[in-house]
Write a protein that binds this ligand. Structure first.
Ligand SMILES: Nc1ncnc2c1ncn2[C@@H]1O[C@H](COP(=O)(O)OP(=O)(O)O)[C@@H](O)[C@H]1O
Ligand SMILES: N[C@@H](CCC(=O)OP(=O)(O)O)C(=O)O
Length: 375
């Protein structure tokens, strides 16, 4: 049976969420520099073993409090946003300088719900993460607190991390928290609370264990937002782990047998994605493809522009298009990487020519193999 450790060890793509309470000392309000340096070590080890790591880091508001003279987390949105503005730049600086010691280049991405829910912003964000990972860069993601208004704000980074995990098709999401996992009631108030090392489903009974959101600690979410995150992650085919990250080297500690709560996914991210693509019913366009392309798709390849003989319809990048074989039959469908104007220009052409034709290099295939299904 999958354990929290194997969910980390076998992940090709791992999202690690770092809560505010870990990064910022609750008494001094300063950065826990040694802790972050040790985390950089863990991330370097994961990367060396071939795991792609994406970090979702809170801490902007907490880091901006001391410089602005706030002694508690500001209640007013504009004050929290001012703190985030001051704190985020410090946070990024800290990541940059501490990860540099391990020859790790980091890239900052600040997201709002908009980018996670609306195409083509979603596709741009996803492609940026892909481009960073291809180059060995560790993306460090936070909510863009300074522009997100209250109605469209996550506020906690648990759900943001789960949406990111879903967006990048991560296998496992690790929430590093100030608590080692889920108990049947809040263990900070009930010393007899029972710990779970595995939760198969987020039932109403499980949700009732989490209690209301916390507002007292440097973090914001409490256990309930972690369970909401688990629902999002599991729906995306991503397993989730809650573990205590307070002590240095949390990932190393997991390897040494430290306990954690695992929410195991019952399916993988790619299967979920393919099921979703299969369920889509309204193509915005048609790509007529030759016999060679049909054979390549059957072997699991991406659809290259070279195999396309005709482009029909007015579609945008990311829209659903259907593939028609040489005999006029429906072969499959997928999410296209170019809009119809550019697709028309590159149809039948080799990918090497795409730059000359379009003046930019898009994704290497017209429809990537992860974005298509045969019907
Ligand atoms: N059933 C529960 N199991 C574990 N923790 C719980 C539970 N109910 C409430 N909590 C509280 O949730 C807190 C974790 O949330 P939070 O402080 O927001 O963490 P983070 O900063 O990692 O986002 C714990 O410290 C604990 O007080
Ligand atoms: N984006 C906010 C995150 C808010 C926050 O503290 O989230 P969490 O650590 O999930 O409780 C920040 O950087 O301050």
């Amino acid at each position: 049976m999958e354990s929290a450790l194997s969910a980390v060890k076998t992940a090709r793509r791992l999202v690690i969420k770092i809560g505010s309470a870990l990064l910022v000392d609750k008494d001094t309000r300063g950065l826990r520099r040694d802790w972050l340096a040790a985390l950089a070590n863990d991330v370097a080890a994961l990367r060396a073993s071939g795991t792609q790591v994406i970090l979702v880091s809170s801490g902007a508001i907490a880091m901006g409090m001391a410089p602005l003279g706030f002694t508690s987390r500001p209640e007013k949105l504009e004050e929290a946003q001012a703190a985030a503005s001051v704190g985020q730049i410090r946070l990024a600086q800290a990541y940059q300088s501490l990860f540099e010691h391990h020859d790790i280049v980091i890239g900052q991405i600040l997201l709002t719900i908009h980018e996670l829910e609306q195409r083509p912003a979603y596709l741009n964000a996803r492609n940026t993460v892909e481009a960073l990972l291809e180059r060995g860069v560790i993306p460090v993601i936070n909510e863009n607190d300074t522009v997100a208004t209250s109605e469209i704000r996550f506020g906690d980074n648990d759900r943001l991390a789960a949406r990111v995990a879903q967006m990048v098709g991560a296998d496992t999401l690790v929430l590093l928290s100030d608590i080692d996992g889920l108990y049947d009631s809040d263990p900070t108030t009930n010393p007899n609370a029972k710990f779970f090392d595995r939760v198969e489903a987020i039932t109403p009974e499980v949700e009732a264990m989490a209690g209301p959101p916390s507002r007292t600690t440097p973090g914001t979410g409490g256990m309930i937002t972690k369970l909401m995150a688990a629902k999002i992650a599991l729906a995306g085919g991503c397993s989730m782990i809650i573990m205590n990250g307070k002590e240095a080297h949390p990932i190393g500690r997991l390897e040494a047998g430290e306990r954690a709560t695992l929410f195991p996914a019952t399916t993988d991210a790619l299967t979920v994605r393919k099921q979703w693509i299969r369920s889509l019913m309204a193509p915005r366009g048609y790509l007529h493809i030759d016999a060679g392309a049909v054979a390549a798709l059957k072997k699991g390849a991406s659809l290259l522009a070279a195999g396309v003989t005709e482009v029909d319809g007015g579609f945008d990048r990311g829209d659903l298009v259907a593939f028609m074989g040489p005999d006029g039959h429906l072969v499959g469908q997928g999410l296209v990487s170019y809009d119809h104007i550019d697709a028309l220009k590159i149809q039948g052409r080799k990918m090497q020519d795409v730059y000359d034709i379009l003046g930019y290099v898009g994704r290497s295939a017209l429809v990537h193999r992860d974005d298509l299904v045969l019907l």
